[in-house]
Design a protein around this ligand. Sequence first.
Ligand SMILES: [Zn+2]
Length: 226
Amino acid sequence: MLSFPLRAPTAEPLSVLAIGAHPDDIEIGAGGLLLGLASSELRARYVVLTGTAERQQEARNAAHSFMPAADLTVDMFDLPEGRLPAGWASVKEILEDVARSCKPDLVIAPSSDDAHQDHRTIGELVPTVFRDQLYLAYEIPKWDGDLSRPSIYVPMPASTAHRKVELLHKCFPSQRGRDWWDDEVFLGLARLRGMECRSRYAEAFRCAKSVIMPAALSRGTSHEEL
Ligand SMILES: [Zn+2]
């Protein structure tokens, strides 16, 4: 197994765009990755497409808690929850607006094969808008039982996995009453993904397409020159 370090292709800090259909999606799917990235210099744009005022405030707090030192921009929208397929044009417009104002190295977003219609709509649109980015599609455990076979693993030290769960509870008090919202679900999935990549815990992602370059080629070579 060969590991690839996740770092910016230039001397600039890594730039990450995290997209969620609902407040808490990003942190459940990629909170460990964000905690890991936030330990070095990071530019982050955080976009959530639905949510009541209360839940949007939770998401804002969470973004700052998971990435306390990042150069962070948060954008919240209030498209109707559960109805994003009908708001396809609005979702696409929002993503295109974001793409016009930022050129991230990495996009973290839901997967096109997610069983939740809001997640799936975003997952279908992301590759139509972001074509020069590494797109990692996160997974969210749910009643539908739609977990699929990941292609990318991000190992998490136990301290990060526990910190992630601690922050989920702290940042999203409105979700605590849900029957699936508990340590065992979050840590159980992380432990399983960890076992699959020979780590104690991990987060897993789907990556439909990635571009890799031999080091000699990538040094000082811009896209235009290739
Ligand atoms: Zn969601």
